[in-house]
Ligand binder design. Sequence first.
Ligand code: ADP
Ligand code: MG
Length: 335
Amino acid sequence: MRLGELGEFKLIDRIKQQAGLNPDVIRGIGDDAAELKIPAGHHLLTSTDLLIEEVHFRFAWTDGERLGRKAVAVNLSDLAAMGATPRFLYLGLSCPADSELERVEGLLRGVLAECERFGVSLVGGDTCCSPGPWILSVVVEGSAPDGRSVGRNGGRPDDLLMVSGTLGDSALGLSLLQKGKVVPPLLLQRHLAPTPRVALGQALASAGLASAMIDISDGLAADLGHLLRAGRLDAELDLASLPLSTEFAGQYRSNPSLIDLALHGGEDYELLFSVAEDAAPTVERLAAELAVPVSRIGRLKAGSGAIDLREADGQLHPVTADGFDHFASRVGDQP
Ligand code: ADP
Ligand code: MG
């Protein structure tokens, strides 16, 4: 069946039926606005991301369900980077009238599954017909105790820089897809179904361990650049400390230029954060309890946004803080 045969309101009814109930949702789907509760003493944190067909995803490479999961995950990653607890989500959905209902239902399944995984309620959205590409616009809301959220601007000279997980997998997965090559399952999963580091972000924030934090969506160098400019800092990174997956490292050994993907490739959705040096062991213990790998990759200095990379020759080499820019994309870049 096509979406056009079902119609907007029957689709919204289906979404409402599947969205479930939650005591914090006073009014959810079905009214003119959602009415929601957040815990006393908490502040509201909100974030939004667009996903556009042929810019952010292709149905040749993904399906409705994985797309739905990713649309939620990339939004939750932004809240994780503030140390917030995600609570509510809104789904703006625009797709052509001749879209297969099965694909739309798959998308919903993915959205709801990822919401459930992180204790988030789908409380509203908007649905309209697109004359062309699919467009998903997701808004996520969360909360953090007053004074406990972590911004990009709190880094201090001599703080250590740490990152969760591994770098460059998503960009390498995408580049293999674009070349029509075989993509190792981990790289494919890292590109099509990233895991937001929600528990780690919350734990770092509630323990007051991270001085500054950002999620890596545009590439390590670009997102580190944001953190540095916000804090009037420079950074020194250590090439040998950049965490790489076995799959990435295997290809990197025969193609050293792939390091550009670890530095500038987007969509890692890992957390990059700074910590006082004496707090680093506590961070490592906490991350181990959450089964999230973390690595020390460098250090902050007073400055104005410059990044230097210590390479195998022991020398420091400047790294440009560029990554993906939607309006100034370079050949080979990806969102
Ligand atoms: P309005 O015309 O007042 O904007 P709509 O008919 O667009 O109302 O939406 C009716 C209800 O359904 C609202 O609560 C809205 O938040 C919800 N809704 C609409 N589209 C979606 C969607 N794609 N996902 C979740 N909720 C939706
Ligand atoms: Mg509406």
